[in-house]
Design a protein around this ligand. Structure first.
Ligand code: AMP
Length: 538
């Protein structure tokens, strides 16, 4: 028997129309190089409607890819909606990639037009001639003085909007499984690969972000997404925020810790999210600001060291809430907030709960699988396996059918992360499969070693990499950045470690470095470290 419910597709226009109707007086604030700009959702929605018409005016085909090369701003949010609401595909380009990678990605995706913030034009324009598929470069005025070349491919965002009539009526996208957006993986090995999100996956992902055990975003929240809108759609938070009707504060190019903490305070922000390097940079400043409005600080993209999370808790009363995900998982897959069965735990045990990658959010299934036999591993909190994911916002393939080995025979995503799971499904990431240190037939978790080293008061950052070893196959080497004004010797690092890890885990060497190389999304780049320190190309 068939059910008798209406079959309305889950599409991004539904988020847009609800926000336009119900939250027209809520505010969106953006920091620009000219100061702060504040608009209502009502003003934003009219601009989305103008942009929809402007895309037609530019002759952008119905299912073309529309790229952005931009900061976190209101205009970026206009593109986030106008592009998919008109059936086109939003392609956010990572502004921190090398020219070679950007050119590869633009060509691979076949982008038709790129919307670029004026302050970023000097980075993009030198490669313009290599971007053969791109017919237009639309420059968004963000207050920068950067020179705008005299070239017929250049258009001006504000002029386009001013000359376009707002689209009238409802945006309609008939097929909820049509592509809405795409994002390329950061490509730690090989070429970046394209992940293509659907309307349906985006709506469901946003909906679950609003649930209380996930991010719990609501109409009463003010959110400041620090995570860039080119990094997995700022973890889907702009869509979730519009869905909920939250007030939004966009930092624009003001990404320095001092500017961010000042915005958090001044706008009484309740919810924010970013990678640990951002929270590390802000930690020393927290005491000087009133951040009592903050309800949740989400950290993800890389493991959150317990010392960092506890540092935040000591300074402002709330720790960092760890979330785990990937470009391929939209990205929200699990969140580590304590559950009722953790009630009554002592504070040290609670710290350990928060140090996990948490429990899968609704509609996401996680499992761990033996890396050699492929057998599913028990949820006993001890047996490690490759973490695999399935669900309506988990990728089933890459654009252009590349990288099919990332998917299991039964269609699960092989994440490349190694984890244990406890009886309640709390995931503890042991390592990336590629970063585990294989020593004498046993595995050493580089993540766990880093965590212990970073708990030392004079350590600012630490990364552990594997060094080839004729006897043991590999041995760990620790690369340590000393806190400013601090002093630390290798012996002191060993003394600290000896009390906390097994003897055979002690790194063979401790190297002090001025800074750790970071990836384009702000994570420690072990690939670069290996290249620099060991001369390995992977
Ligand atoms: P990306 O697709 O660039 O966002 O990278 C995804 C990868 O980042 C995952 O496969 C993990 O290795 C890592 N990652 C994301 N969140 C976490 C987390 N909370 N803890 C540890 N690693 C994480």
């Amino acid at each position: 028997m068939q059910a008798l419910m209406q079959d309305s597709p889950l599409t991004i226009p539904q988020l847009f129309h609800r926000a336009e109707r119900q939250f027209h007086d809520k505010r969106i604030v953006t920091t620009t190089l000219r100061g702060e700009v504040s608009n209502t959702y009502g003003e934003w929605s009219t601009r989305v409607r103008r942009l929809a018409t402007a895309l037609d005016g530019l002759g952008v085909p119905q299912d073309a890819k529309v790229a952005t090369f931009a900061w976190n701003t209101q205009s970026h949010l206009e593109l986030y909606f106008a592009v998919p609401c008109t059936g086109r595909v939003l392609h956010t380009l990572n502004i921190r990639l090398f020219a070679e990678q950007v050119a590869y990605i633009v060509e691979h995706a076949g982008d038709d037009v790129i919307f670029v913030d004026r302050s970023l034009l000097p980075m993009l324009w030198p490669m313009a001639d290599r971007l053969a598929t791109v017919r237009h470069f639309v420059v968004i005025d963000d207050g920068a003085e950067a020179e705008i070349p005299d070239d017929p491919r250049i258009r001006h965002y504000e002029e386009l909007l001013a000359s376009a009539e707002p689209f009238r009526g409802r945006f309609e996208v008939a097929d909820e499984n049509a592509a809405a957006a795409m994002c390329y993986t950061s490509g730690t090995t090989g070429h970046p690969k394209g992940v293509v999100y659907s309307h349906r996956s985006t709506v469901l992902h946003s909906l679950v972000s609003l649930t209380v055990d996930a991010v719990g975003l609501s109409e009463r929240d003010t959110i400041l997404p620090v995570v860039p809108m080119f990094h997995v759609n700022a973890w889907g938070l702009p869509y979730a925020a519009v869905f909920a009707g939250s007030s939004i504060v966009f930092p624009g190019p003001a990404m320095k810790p001092e500017a961010l903490v000042e915005m958090l305070e001044r706008h009484r922000v309740t919810t924010t999210a970013g990678v640990p390097t951002i929270w590390m940079g802000m930690l020393p400043l927290l005491g000087e600001h009133d951040l009592s409005s903050l309800r949740v600080v989400v950290g993800g993209g890389a493991a959150i060291p317990t010392a960092l999370s506890e540092g935040w808790r000591a300074a402002i009363g709330i720790p960092i809430t760890q979330a785990w995900g990937m470009t391929e998982t939209s990205p929200l897959a699990s969140v580590a907030s304590p559950r009722s069965h953790h009630e009554g735990l002592d504070s040290e045990s609670l710290i350990q709960v928060r140090a996990t990658q948490g429990q899968a959010v609704p509609l996401v299934d996680l499992r761990i699988v033996d890396m050699d036999t492929g057998a599913e591993q028990p949820w006993d909190g001890a047996t490690p396996g490759e973490l695999q994911a399935a669900g309506p916002w988990i990728a089933s393939a890459y654009y252009g059918d590349e990288g099919s080995d990332a998917f299991s025979a039964d269609g699960w995503l092989r994440t490349g992360d190694v984890a244990t799971m406890d009886e309640h499904g709390f995931v503890r990431l042991v390592d990336r499969t590629k970063d585990l240190v294989k020593s004498g037939g046993e595995w050493i978790s580089s993540v766990e070693l880093e965590n212990v080293i970073m708990a030392h008061e004079w350590v600012a950052e630490a990364a552990v990499i594997a060094k080839p070893d004729p006897k043991w196959t590999e041995r760990p080497v620790a690369c340590v950045v000393v806190e400013q004004g601090g002093q630390l010797t290798a012996d002191e690092v060993y003394d600290h470690l000896r009390e906390r890890v097994a003897k055979w885990w002690l790194p063979d060497e401790v190297w002090f470095v001025d800074e750790l190389p970071k990836t384009s999304t702000g994570k420690f780049s072990k690939k670069d470290l290996r290249e620099r320190l060991l001369g390995q190309s992977q």
